[in-house]
Write a protein that binds this ligand. Structure first.
Ligand code: HEC
Length: 141
């Protein structure tokens, strides 16, 4: 009888793990382990695509540049569209729905989070913000 309970608990744990993995969409193994790290670091139990979407669209006044800036300043209000840098250099769409290379390389993702969060928010993004953002982008597929 006692053993049965442990078995059921173990099974429930596996199901929970699998459902967490499914939440983040079709991430490859390396991206999944980055997301697992962000989840551990943030203490969250799941990431929110809705919060990630808010982060993408939120506009704020840059304290030094004295102008409004957001992720969509470069990536466009539709992530499936081509973006451009302030000097007019094209940026491939951010949405993995139309750009399969997106969110496949953890090093690249972290590098650009660091640079772009600093550029927009004048600070780095938190593990929760990064997890929410990737979850939002993956949900667009
Ligand atoms: C000043 C222009 C600019 C702004 C503003 C900007 N980005 Fe980017 N972003 C870029 C460029 C340039 C690249 C790299 C070129 C490429 O990957 O096509 C990039 C790439 C990325 C990537 C890499 C994705 C991948 O897997 O290839 C992520 C993640 C990202 N940006 C997130 C953000 C977030 C989050 C914000 C808002 C906080 C933001 N960006 C705002 C210019 C910008």
């Amino acid at each position: 009888m006692g053993q049965k309970i442990y078995f059921v608990l173990a099974l429930a744990f596996v199901v929970l793990l699998l459902s967490n993995i499914a939440d983040a969409g079709n991430l490859n193994a390396q991206m999944q382990s980055l997301m697992d790290k962000h989840m551990k670091d943030s203490g969250e139990k799941s990431f929110s695509a809705e919060e990630g979407g808010k982060l993408y669209y939120i506009k704020r006044m840059h304290s030094e540049k004295k102008e409004e800036i957001s992720c969509i300043s470069c990536h466009m209000d539709d992530p499936a569209k081509e973006g451009k840098t302030p000097v007019g250099k094209p940026i491939e769409p951010l949405s993995p729905a139309v750009n399969k290379g997106r969110f496949t390389d953890p090093e690249k993702v972290e590098k650009w989070f660091k640079r772009n969060c600093t550029g927009v928010f004048e600070r780095e993004c938190t593990p929760k913000e990064k997890g929410d953002f990737v979850t939002y982008m993956m949900s667009l597929q």
